[in-house]
Design a protein around this ligand. Structure first.
Ligand SMILES: Nc1ncnc2c1ncn2[C@@H]1O[C@H](COP(=O)(O)OP(=O)(O)OP(=O)(O)O)[C@@H](O)[C@H]1O
Ligand SMILES: [Mg+2]
Length: 358
């Protein structure tokens, strides 16, 4: 099997190392458009962390979470072989050869105790805090939660996500006990987070965007693209890592890059056209600030029209139409820089195609 090597991300990696070098004090949100390489960046980084760190990587993607029980099962890695009340000794036992853990280890008996409690969140946070404290004498815990928006709307005695944020603030700003990274490609979720008073001055935001031109060309260089092929790739898919990987693989199977890229554009154009045209025949409503708002075809195309000669624009306010286009994965909102742009360069070209005959 021919692999594709991890490419670049020097700037982002350096920034994260800078965060890890100092005492934990802020929650770091790693955000960016869909498929920009956020998860790959984080995984590459934690795979190379020095021994003084203890990374815990929890990915909520694809996990079916409907209540606390499910969430506890994702958050913890239940250790069926252990039964102990001594969290100190238990945490120490992980220090010898710690791998990247995809959950916080917990002996079965303690997990069951939390499970039985009425206020589960209090006890689960207490356990994690204790576990990290015991561990922190030798290693700095690094907690990473990928796709946190999965539990964004979940309510059990109030929003679970806010309880988590409170806990993350405790781990970072108050106790300086663990580094916390939250990764998300849901820009509407991030926008909520960004305007959340509880989190103001307690977070840091790190944009992991698609590759820029130089990085893209250097990436394709490694896989034998000639100048013409590189320009074609950049013209169609820009610096979207997932699409570049697709083109690299297609080239390996001796396909014509231009044909593949053109068919990717055709497909995406059709999809976007469908999502827009459908508004002409159905009265679609969207939940916006807790109100049901009707979406009008003309208002939605007006937003898209801004991209007929710009690649991005600065917004004043997120409207229901923008919300719809973001939910449909057509546009990306960057609330930190107040910028709206298509999710990818391919989306930009597809939008322009759609606009040709609205
Ligand atoms: N730095 C990189 N070097 C090489 N390939 C990369 C790199 N970053 C991403 N990729 C490729 O792009 C694909 C998508 O990346 P990844 O899943 O990390 O994106 P993401 O931003 O986490 O996506 P999502 O928005 O779905 O969470 C990866 O499977 C990998 O093939
Ligand atoms: Mg991801």
């Amino acid at each position: 099997m021919k692999r594709i090597e991890f490419h670049d991300r020097e700037k982002e990696t350096e920034e994260i190392h800078g965060i890890l070098d100092s005492e934990p004090s802020l929650i770091t949100f790693v955000y960016g458009p869909i498929n920009s390489g956020k998860t790959t960046l984080i995984n590459n980084l934690i795979g190379q962390l020095p021994e003084e760190y203890a990374p815990f990587y929890i990915n909520l993607r694809g996990r079916f979470i409907t209540g606390y029980e499910d969430f506890l099962n994702v958050l913890f890695e239940i250790d069926e072989g252990s039964a102990t009340d001594n969290i100190g000794e238990y945490a120490q036992s992980f220090l010898k050869d710690l791998k990247i853990l995809s959950g916080i280890p917990i002996p079965l008996n303690l997990f069951e105790q939390i499970f039985e409690k009425k206020d589960k969140s209090k006890d689960m946070f207490k356990y994690i805090e204790r576990f990290f404290t015991e561990m922190s004498e030798k290693r700095v815990p690094v907690l990473i939660v990928d796709e946190l928006q999965v539990i964004g709307d979940m309510k059990i005695d109030g929003h679970l996500v806010y309880k988590l944020f409170n806990f993350f603030v405790r781990l970072t700003k108050e106790l300086h006990l663990a580094h916390v990274f939250v990764v998300t490609s849901d820009s509407l979720f991030l926008e909520q987070v960004y305007s959340e008073a509880m989190l103001s001055e307690r977070c840091k935001y790190l944009l992991a965007d698609d590759f820029d031109y130089g990085t893209t060309i250097a990436f394709l260089d490694r896989y034998g693209f000639d100048m013409h092929e590189k320009e074609i790739a950049w013209h169609y898919v820009g610096g979207k890592p997932v699409s570049l990987v697709r083109l690299i693989n297609e080239k390996r199977s001796e396909k014509e890059i231009e044909d593949v890229a053109a068919s990717m554009l055709k497909l995406r154009t059709g999809e976007i056209r469908q999502r827009i045209r459908v508004l002409k025949i159905v009265n679609k409503k969207i939940l916006f600030e807790k109100e049901e708002m009707e979406l009008k075809y003309d208002d939605v195309t007006k937003i898209l029209d801004k991209f007929s000669d710009e690649e991005s624009y600065t917004y004043e306010m997120i409207t229901p139409e923008i919300t719809y286009l973001v939910k449909e994965n057509i546009l990306f909102v960057d609330p930190v820089n107040c910028i709206i742009k298509p999710q990818s360069h391919l989306n930009l070209l597809a939008i322009r195609e759609v606009l040709k005959n609205v």
